[in-house]
Ligand binder design. Sequence first.
Ligand code: PMP
Ligand code: GLN
Length: 380
Amino acid sequence: RRVRLAGVGSNIFTEMSALAVRHRAVNLAQGFPDTPGPDSVTEAAVKALYAGQHQYPPVPGLPALRAAVADHQRDRYGIALDPDCEVVITTGASEALAAALLAFAGPDDEILVLEPYYDSYAAGAELAGARLVPVPLTGPEFRLDAAALRAAVTDRTRVLLLNNPHNPTGTVLDERELAELARVAVAHDLVVISDEVYEHLVYEGLHRPIAALPEMFERTVTVGSAGKTFSFTGWKVGWATGPADLVAGVLAVKQYLSFASGTPFQHAVAEALRLPDSHYTDLCGSLKARRDLLVDGLRSLGLRPRAPEGTYFVLADVRPLGAVDGLEFCRELPRRYGVAAVPGQVFYADPEAGRHLVRFVFCKREDVLREALRRLAPLA
Ligand code: PMP
Ligand code: GLN
């Protein structure tokens, strides 16, 4: 009997969150905030429910939300989008990514992907019958290796799959790295799928969408998520934007995955996208302080963490503690210390490459992070 993704099993976030619950551990494994987004946005969802917004929305998304996504990209990045044909609302970024991979990659195609990479990319590629070809982010700072990028291209390469800001390293690609990626995409006529769900969680420098580079808009599908930007991960509202032909490709698949995405939350996210800039600066300011708290704390325990420029993840080398295998380390951590984390190796095609790495999240309240560090103190 054929069972797709049979080898994948339940994902690592589910496994580590279940261990956290079982051992009453502080969950620094799964990336979700423990403080909800703005009350005004919750109220907009409630209002939509009481206003009777219970039935299917239009398949590409509510017009008000598509317009809000388009205005947001214009105001922040100078990218002009036609909300009628260049924006599609999806069930989280996850659906946008799966639909885009199914739309633009087929059997025997190769997809270049920055490694380490988020787990759903491998599943999406496998569903499409395509093959991921990792392009490593290298060194202690996890930067793009331009020579490795160029060497990874073959005559079967069709898609360049990016994640920027990057989970799990926290790298924010700089102008030179983006230009290098763009050069390869243009030279080989690739479709670029750019997962930018952490676009607003940047603490050093600025986020620049690759679609804003010359000759890139016409080949790029950019993916966003209200879960990350407004701290409502359970609402599962995301979007894909880009030129009409590529967005039509995503939409064609999306309509047979979920058909349409939850109506009341779309109303609320349309309002969220109209929040003043202070929403983003406050969120970043508060996350930056928590980043520093976690990075300094892990460092003083003897781990070797990397201070991320973006996202809410810290990747730490656990070898200074005498640990050799991050997966074993993470399977023991909840029971022995009452803290959960995620092994870095699950983000690599060859687990050996990330065996010494463990990922911790810092989108938790300061007192929760302090409690986690207190529990981890015996590691020192
Ligand atoms: N891409 C990356 C890099 C992520 O970390 C996440 C978080 N789950 C997603 C996509 C999926 O986002 P969503 O929850 O909106 O489906
Ligand atoms: N994106 C989040 C993370 O990387 C949540 C993932 C998930 O639970 N699927 O932790």
